[in-house]
Design a protein around this ligand. Structure first.
Ligand code: DX5
Ligand code: ZN
Length: 219
C-alpha cells in the first residue's frame, strides 16, 4: 500500500491550523512542504512555508517531507534542520555538478535526515542512477514544478516504471515518490508503475472529506 504525503501548498492562511490538525486525523502519512524561491521556479513560498512548518511542529508529530524547489540548497537545508524533517528532497537540476549532489546528500545524512533527489519531467533517470545507492528516495515530478493543481504528465509514469525496474535489477531499496496531479483517478497509474509515496495537494485540500480522499488514493 502506498503512503500519502499531503502537499500543504494550497492551504489557506485563515484556517491553516485547523487544516493541519484535520489532515493528521484523516491519516496523512506526511506533510509535504513545498519551498519555492522565486528563482528555481517563479513562485516564492519561502515565508509562508516556514510559518506553516512552525505551526505544524507545534501541533503534530506526523513526519515532514520537505521539497526544496530552490537554487540555494545549502542555506535552505540549514533553515529546516531545526524542524527535524524526516525527508529532505532537493532538485538535481539545481546542483552545479555531481560533487555538489554528493555533498548535499552527505550533509543531510549527517543531520540524521533522509536524503532524496527530485527530477523534473524532462530530466532522465540516467542522470541520477549513480546516486541511487546513497539515497533514501527519488522524487519523480509528474508535473513541471512551480504550482499546484496541474494535470499529471502521462510520460512521467513511464519514468517511474523504468526506475522501479532498475532498482529491482540492482537490488536497491530506494523509495519512489511522485508529485503533481495525483488524485483518485491518477493514483492507480502511479502505484502500478511502482510509486511508494504519493504527494497530493489540491485533490485532498479541496475535498470535503480529507479522510475519504486519502483512503481512496491509498487503497
Ligand atoms: C509542485 C509541487 C507539488 C504540488 C502538488 O511544484 O511540488 O507538491 O503542489 O499539488 P497537486 O497535487 O495539486 O498537483
Ligand atoms: Zn512538492
Amino acid at each position: 500500500m502506498a503512503e500519502i504525503s499531503t502537499s500543504i501548498l494550497t492551504v489557506e492562511k485563515e484556517n491553516a491550523t485547523k487544516t493541519f490538525y484535520d489532515l493528521e486525523v484523516a491519516g496523512t502519512d506526511y506533510y509535504h512542504i513545498d519551498i519555492m524561491d522565486g528563482k528555481f521556479v517563479e513562485k516564492n513560498t519561502e515565508e509562508i512555508m516556514f510559518e506553516y512548518t512552525n505551526t505544524i511542529k507545534q501541533i503534530s508529530n506526523i513526519p515532514l517531507d520537505v521539497h526544496f524547489m530552490v537554487e540555494d540548497i545549502q542555506s535552505n537545508i540549514d533553515k529546516y534542520i531545526p524542524f527535524n524533517p524526516n525527508i529532505i528532497t532537493f532538485h538535481y537540476e539545481a546542483c552545479k555538478d555531481d560533487e555538489e549532489v554528493i555533498k548535499f546528500i552527505n550533509y543531510i545524512k549527517e543531520n540524521n535526515i533522509k536524503p532524496a533527489i527530485s527530477i523534473k519531467p524532462k530530466t532522465s533517470i540516467e542522470k541520477i542512477k549513480k546516486f541511487l545507492p546513497l539515497l533514501h528516495m527519488v522524487l519523480i515530478m509528474t508535473v513541471e514544478p512551480g504550482k499546484g493543481g496541474q494535470k499529471l504528465i502521462p510520460e512521467t509514469v513511464e519514468k517511474v516504471k523504468e526506475l522501479k525496474a532498475y532498482l529491482k535489477e540492482n537490488n536497491l531499496d530506494t523509495y519512489i515518490e511522485v508529485d503533481g496531479g495525483v488524485n483518485k483517478e491518477t493514483a492507480n497509474l502511479v502505484k502500478e508503475a511502482g510509486a511508494d509515496i504519493l504527494v497530493s495537494g489540491s485533490a485532498i485540500i479541496s475535498a470535503d472529506d480529507f479522510k475519504k480522499a486519502i483512503e481512496e488514493m491509498k487503497a
